[in-house]
Design a protein around this ligand. Structure first.
Ligand SMILES: NC(=O)c1ccc[n+]([C@@H]2O[C@H](COP(=O)([O-])OP(=O)(O)OC[C@H]3O[C@@H](n4cnc5c(N)ncnc54)[C@H](O)[C@@H]3O)[C@@H](O)[C@H]2O)c1
Length: 337
């Protein structure tokens, strides 16, 4: 049975990924520091559900705790690592930048060091569409230059990509970096727009809509996203003999078994359409508080997901009407609203 270490297993995406991998017959070791960035009860409930499966076990520790990570690698010897634990959130990086340095830079370095020391078949790590920063050439493709990050969150993720490339080159560690595009769905994060919109609307409170609603996002339904990750686990990059071997549109490095892959729906949805879906699903009209653009925010994200399709034969396809409805059903059930 192949063993996968999932960091951030009590988090939104880590929970869904662990669940899928267990269903597919993998053994999963979860690692999560249960940070208090948002309601820990949600994280405990996610872990409790995973623990019902005998092929799941978890360690609660921080990535910065190198001893805890080393012990885990020595005892569990994972074949594959999917590193999702991070200080997430674009806006919070203006309030608490240090937590991004600690979790995303030191934490990711520790994971890479353990991977190097113990050797794994494939290291996969989360980056973000935010690394495209101020780029305006859409859809965003992995082969585009991405050097204009506009928040420290994005900068730490771009740094993770560079750090990972160097380790992939030096230690011949097959490494895939994912760039996720606005992931949403059941068990989602309380700091993200959909959760806030639904919570406020059910409470009769107004919702804050930034840039006066003139925003676009490539919303990706979480079950589609983890399906793509699962398929990418079996697609480790192989370093080419020469750069001529690299197909057009492939972000494969010419000097390392390393690749960056967008995971998005390839649909640019106006934020107000998303708000309309919230209204339809709840049957309540949200009261909208139109706001200016927030510092550090970008007006649009839109993924070119053709590389993912080429590598795995798969493209996320759940539309927002379906995805928002599934989130709302979960929310009402979970919070008894
Ligand atoms: N959700 C999205 O839309 C989105 C978009 C782009 C990128 N990402 C990236 O995907 C990954 C997963 O995101 P998510 O939405 O599931 O977030 P999440 O906050 O729900 O999950 C992250 C988990 O990591 C844990 N964690 C954080 N810092 C830690 C540390 N120092 N040590 C140990 N554990 C720690 C947290 O307790 C949490 O359970 C992150 O790397 C995030 O940056 C997410």
């Amino acid at each position: 049975m192949r063993k996968v270490l999932v960091t951030g297993s009590a988090g939104f995406i880590g929970f869904h990924l662990s669940k899928l991998l267990l269903e597919e017959g993998f053994e999963v070791v979860g690692f999560d520091g249960m940070t208090d960035y948002y309601d820990i009860t949600l994280k405990e409930r996610r872990h409790a559900m995973l623990k019902q499966n005998p092929h799941f076990r978890s360690i609660e520790a921080r990535l910065e705790d190198m001893d805890a990570l080393s012990d885990l690698f020595a005892s569990d010897k994972p074949d594959v690592i999917v590193h999702l634990a991070a200080q997430a959130g674009v806006r919070y990086s203006l309030e608490n930048p240090r937590s991004y340095i600690e979790s995303n830079l030191i934490g990711t370095f520790n994971v890479m060091e353990c991977a190097r020391e113990h050797g794994v078949d494939h290291l996969l790590m989360a980056s973000t569409s935010s690394v495209y920063g101020a780029n305006t050439d859409m859809p965003f493709a992995e082969t585009q230059k991405a050097d204009t990050q506009i928040t420290l969150y994005a900068a730490t993720k771009k740094a993770n990509e560079s750090m990972a490339h160097s380790y992939a080159h030096l230690w011949k560690m097959p490494t895939t970096m994912f760039r996720f595009f606005t992931v949403y769905g059941p068990w989602g994060r309380p700091d993200m727009a959909l959760f806030k919109f639904v919570k406020a609307t059910l409470n009769g409170d107004p919702i804050d809509v930034y840039n006066n609603g003139k925003m676009f996002r490539d919303f990706t339904y979480v079950e589609d996203l983890v399906r793509a990750i699962r398929l990418l686990i079996d697609t480790p990059p192989v370093q080419p003999e020469t750069s001529e071997e690299i197909d057009e549109g492939d972000s494969l490095s010419p000097v390392a078994p390393f690749r960056v892959v967008n995971i998005g729906n390839s649909t640019k949805i106006p934020l107000m359409d998303f708000v309309d879906e919230v209204e339809k699903s709840l049957g309540i009209k949200p009261v909208i508080n139109f706001m200016e653009m927030q510092k550090g925010d970008v007006p649009a994200t839109y993924a070119d997901a053709s590389l993912l399709q080429k590598l795995t034969g798969y493209t996320p396809k759940t539309d927002v009407a379906t995805g928002v409805k599934l989130f709302v059903n979960w929310y009402r059930d979970y919070y008894q609203k």
